[in-house]
Design a protein around this ligand. Structure first.
Ligand code: KG4
Ligand code: ZN
Length: 346
């Protein structure tokens, strides 16, 4: 009997099971990770925001409250695990919407406290980068990652899971924001990124939108939004059906402009830092044009390229679990009095 208990604890030591929770924006997600392997990754989307054309923070918090327990139950069931099997709880501590983060953090703390488990806080942006370790092939260190989401656009130099440095970032809007704001001008729903991706298919990017001149490895997207607005206003004044009739070309041109702004700086970063392993991450990395552009650049520049599976591009708890797993291995645990931060630095 004693031997059995000893063996069981040895197995637990080598195969830590982590329950990870993500609630930074409008996705309630819970995942179970065993020894760095994703067993389940439940994502509850909040459709309530569609009619408002953007995420309504108050509604997001309320929806997290409703979704978090069922998502946890499903994640455990799908993984074939119970609460007794857990070795740690991983949680997104920021950046994100404060009310949304608070729901996840409070729930994670309660779980860790009641089960006497260590709590592991995870930076959401670092987790997007580490999503590349959810499934092989894994990039080898050092690599660079273009992380493009609704709130951030960063080029990150990744030396190890614990050593990451932002070498370039947007000075204003994020790439995902550029998709979503232009989509609003085109009268598309929220989030507009996936819709623009779909409308752009098989259309020529004929319209020239200006490219910003930004020094170093930084980006700027606020001028693009204004250029799109002026273009649409000017053409609808002459032809009220302009957007409806030209939605394909408008989306293809906007998408192509965003991709070429992103890829120009990514190529520059790879050259300057002498890096050949290049990755993309974050919601916008689901974009078919950007995925193709990275593959093409890989062939052209002799890079090995890394593109996450779709479920690991947009917000998900599996990436939080992977980041928590690396911290677990380093014994990097958090105290139960941590509080979330909406503007958590990288
Ligand atoms: O990483 P994410 O799920 O949440 C944040 O942390 O922000 O990213 C959401 C962003 C939104 O702006 C959405 O429009 C964009 O990712 N997005 C896309 C695509 N799928 C999601 N943008 C362009 N093309 C897509 N296929
Ligand atoms: Zn995100």
């Amino acid at each position: 009997m004693r031997k059995k208990v000893f063996l069981a604890s040895l197995t637990r030591f080598f195969l830590p099971v982590i329950l990870a929770i993500e609630s930074s924006c409008d996705e309630t997600s819970v995942a179970v990770i065993e020894d760095g392997r994703v067993l389940s990754n439940i994502i509850a989307n909040q459709t309530i925001h569609y009619e408002y054309g953007g995420v309504v923070p108050e509604l997001a918090s309320r929806a997290h409250q409703e979704n978090i327990v069922p998502a946890t139950t499903r994640a455990l069931e799908y993984a074939g695990k119970s609460l007794e099997d857990l070795d740690a709880v991983g949680i997104t501590i920021g950046p994100g919407l404060l009310g949304s983060l608070l729901v996840g953090v409070s729930f994670a703390k309660s779980l860790a406290y009641s089960l006497s488990l260590p709590l592991i806080q995870v930076n959401h942006m670092q987790a997007h980068v580490l999503a590349h370790f959810a499934e092989p092939p894994y990039p080898s260190f050092p690599f660079i990652c273009l992380t493009v989401s609704g709130g951030h656009t960063q080029i990150v130099l990744v030396r190890s899971p614990a050593q990451m440095e932002v070498v370039g970032e947007t000075l204003d809007d994020a790439a995902g924001e550029a998709f979503d704001k232009a989509g609003k001008i085109f009268g598309l729903g929220y989030p507009a990124g996936p819709l623009i991706d779909r409308h752009a298919k098989n259309h020529p990017p004929e319209i020239h939108f200006p490219h910003p001149q930004v020094p170093g490895l930084n980006f700027s997207f606020s001028g693009l939004k204004t250029a799109v607005l002026y273009h649409v206003q000017q053409h609808t004044a002459q032809n009220p059906d302009y957007v409806t009739k030209h939605i394909g070309v408008l989306c293809a041109s906007l998408q192509q402009t965003i991709i070429s702004i992103l890829m120009k700086k990514l190529v520059q970063a790879a050259k300057e830092l002498n890096i050949r392993h290049v990755a993309i991450a974050g919601g916008v990395s689901a974009n078919s044009g950007l995925r193709q552009a990275l593959q093409d650049a890989g062939i052209q520049h002799g890079w090995e390229t890394f593109i996450p599976k779709f479920e690991y591009c947009t917000d998900n708890a599996a990436m939080i679990g992977i980041a928590a797993h690396f911290k677990y291995q380093n014994g990097d645990f958090s105290s139960l009095d941590i509080t979330p931060s909406s503007r958590l630095p990288f």
